[in-house]
Ligand binder design. Structure first.
Ligand SMILES: *Cc1c(COP(=O)(O)O)cnc(C)c1O
Length: 424
């Protein structure tokens, strides 16, 4: 298909994330991708500073992931998981158990991040139901949080960013604590947890679980907060008999400098969601992990089972690629890599602080964020970036990068310089 025909079809018929039809600004047509580069249909090559929304940690078209995917296709691309099981799922679960807290050894392989959040929410509700505490069916979430776009997940996203007013009467009502304001590197102040503690104390009879993104609030604001919040929240959850769900869909697999962001605080949640980088960005797959205590309660409940089972649950192709992606990660010196990227982003983005339209610059692990004083014109910024050979996708007042871990120092410099130029 010629590029003009592709774009014409796209304009007429195709939805893109958070757009109307036709999508504005017009999307860029990609022909192929290799390493850190996207190649557009007109031959231009862009350094991808987005890792396709956190997921492509090893870069595109990775020889080892390709090889494993080809081999698995020859075996079986997919079989149903109802009544059947297979080695790719078992191999993946074996690996997940090695990198997650020992208490979390019951695994549900879901087909997307949002679904893994739905699964965690449902597990929490069924857990309390099984104990005759059906009133515990609400959640306590955080302003500035993001957990996905399906109804359950959307209901625990930031009420404003998530446009809850559009779905009043349809979305279940939950409780929202203030955004964790103390930053990752600031000094802790004990009163910072007061409002959260008050909400939990007053409403715990109705709350099944607290749900949060540990350390890094992603799509809701690209915000890095103090690890002491996690410790205090864990304690308060235990005190008030409320489960803790850690949504590590964005932070998992090293992005924040630890394999899981919860490790910064040494906290073990009761439920853990993984996704995005799980398959190295090759295809959609996610996981919800929980404890044996929770799975046993659910087994003994009135339903005797956990009520969820997607068609493409534990897709063998995705599981096999996920195994390979984890192997590539763990065989690498990923800690040193993330540290290198953090240092380079910190240096490269520092000049943005001197721009009068910039409100804040922050870097943690392989995440670099420039927060503007005003909302950005996505189309304008993106065309300036593309002119400089860089792919980033701003939202609201935020322009940020979370590069593939294979990005070289020179390429990181190019991304930072293009980012600076685009807003200067
Ligand atoms: C992306 C994301 C999700 C949703 O995952 P999808 O695969 O897009 O459904 C949920 N939680 C967090 C923290 C995310 O970053």
């Amino acid at each position: 298909m010629k590029t003009e025909a592709l774009l014409a079809l796209d304009r007429q018929h195709i939805w893109h994330p958070y757009t109307a039809i036709p999508a504005q600004p017009e999307p860029y047509p990609v022909a192929s991708a290799e390493g850190v580069y996207l190649t557009l249909t007109d031959g231009r090559r862009l350094i991808d500073g987005m890792s396709s929304w956190w997921s492509v940690i090893h870069g595109y078209n990775h020889p080892r992931l390709n090889q494993v995917a080809h081999a698995q296709i020859e075996q079986m691309a997919h079989v149903m998981f109802g009544g059947l099981t297979h080695e790719p799922a078992a191999e993946l679960v074996k690996r997940l158990l090695q990198i997650t807290p020992p208490a979390l050894d019951q695994v549900f392989l879901a087909d997307s991040g949002s679904v893994s959040v739905e699964v965690a929410l449902k597990m929490a509700i069924q857990y309390w139901q099984a104990q005759g505490k059906a009133a515990k069916h609400r959640f306590l979430a955080f302003k500035g949080g993001y957990h996905g776009d399906t109804f359950g997940a959307m209901s625990v996203c930031d009420p404003e960013n998530g446009m809850h007013h559009l779905f009043t009467g349809v979305l279940p009502q939950h409780y929202f604590a203030p955004r964790p304001e103390i930053r990752f590197h600031q000094d802790w102040r004990p009163e910072a947890i007061d409002e959260f503690a008050r909400l939990l104390q007053q409403n715990h009879q109705h709350i099944a679980a607290v749900i949060l993104e540990p350390i890094v609030q992603g799509a809701g604001g690209m915000w890095f907060y103090h690890l002491q919040y996690l410790r205090e929240i864990r304690q308060l959850c235990d005190e008030y008999q409320v489960l803790l769900i850690a949504d590590e869909i964005a932070t998992g697999f090293g992005r924040s400098g630890r394999l899981l962001a919860c490790e910064h605080a040494g906290v073990t949640p009761d439920l853990l969601c993984l996704g995005k980088a799980l398959t190295g960005g090759y295809m959609t797959l996610a996981a919800t992990l929980t404890t044996r205590a929770i799975s046993q309660q659910i087994a003994e409940s009135e339903a005797h089972c956990f009520m969820h089972g997607p068609t493409f649950m534990a897709n063998p192709l995705a599981c096999r690629v996920a195994c390979s992606s984890l192997d590539v990660l763990l065989e690498s010196d990923w800690q040193q890599t993330i540290q290198r990227i953090e240092n380079r982003l910190a240096t490269g983005l520092a000049p943005c602080r001197d721009l009068s339209n910039v409100a804040d610059v922050r870097v943690l692990g392989a995440i670099g964020v420039v927060e503007m004083k005003q909302a950005l014109d996505v189309g304008k910024i993106q065309s300036r970036l593309v002119e400089q050979g860089v792919w980033l996708r701003p939202f609201g007042r935020l322009l940020y990068t979370m590069p593939p871990y294979i990005m070289t120092d020179d390429q990181l410099d190019t991304v930072c310089q293009a980012l600076y130029q685009s807003i200067a």
